[in-house]
Design a protein around this ligand. Structure first.
Ligand SMILES: CC(C)(COP(=O)(O)OP(=O)(O)OC[C@H]1O[C@@H](n2cnc3c(N)ncnc32)[C@H](O)[C@@H]1OP(=O)(O)O)[C@@H](O)C(=O)NCCC(=O)NCCS
Length: 162
């Protein structure tokens, strides 16, 4: 019997083909296989798995920054047929938790200005816009650069979970 509950776990090389398939289903300008391969050892490259099938992932790394290291959520996606059931939030929270464990003080990310679903998710986790990156995407759309203080996020999410 297949469980409907997804498990979130560190990626393995054997997951990469499934990750790339989801990436292609989710983005007009998908990352290629080797971009994911280079990040296999990133501080947070996690997949969500349900019934032995990968159905989402988050990729994040940390850049040292004079005592206030910066975590960067580089990619987050959930397979279209698995959306709307809380997986995106679980993946994001798991990624942010890993960034905290790796010493990041703040987390940043870029999101398409028109990506209302992702912006709503990030806003509800405390991310706020810090600047606009004009024509950031290949098709000319602007990105909003969002950031959240991870100390505040961790204490707020601990309250949420209480
Ligand atoms: C963004 C994404 C990861 C969200 O995944 P998901 O599993 O559907 O998200 P969740 O079910 O955890 O929902 C989290 C929040 O997202 C927002 N959201 C989800 N579906 C939404 C919808 N159809 N309309 C508006 N907001 C929505 C809500 O804020 C929701 O919180 P709520 O359930 O408390 O209202 C998913 O839509 C996706 O993979 N999109 C394509 C790739 C992408 O845009 N990635 C982000 C790049 S920056």
């Amino acid at each position: 019997m297949t469980s409907d509950v997804a498990t979130i776990r560190p990626v393995e090389r054997a997951d990469l083909l499934a990750v790339v398939r989801i990436e292609r289903a989710c983005f007009d300008d998908p990352w290629p296989y080797d971009a994911f391969e280079r990040l296999l050892d990133a501080p947070a490259f996690l997949v969500a798995e349900r019934g032995e099938a990968v159905c989402g992932y988050v990729v994040a790394d940390v850049t040292p920054n004079a005592g206030r290291d910066i975590g960067h959520i580089k990619d987050l996606a959930v397979r279209p047929d698995a959306r709307g059931r809380g997986l995106g939030r679980r993946l994001l929270r798991a990624g942010l938790t890993r960034l905290c464990a790796h010493g990041a003080a703040v987390a940043k990310l870029e999101v398409r200005e028109g990506n209302a679903v992702a912006r709503s998710l990030y806003a509800s986790e405390g991310f706020e816009p810090i600047r606009r990156a004009r024509r950031y995407y290949r098709d000319g759309e602007d990105a909003l650069v969002l950031a959240v203080d991870l100390g505040t996020w961790a204490s707020d999410s601990a309250v949420d979970k209480a």
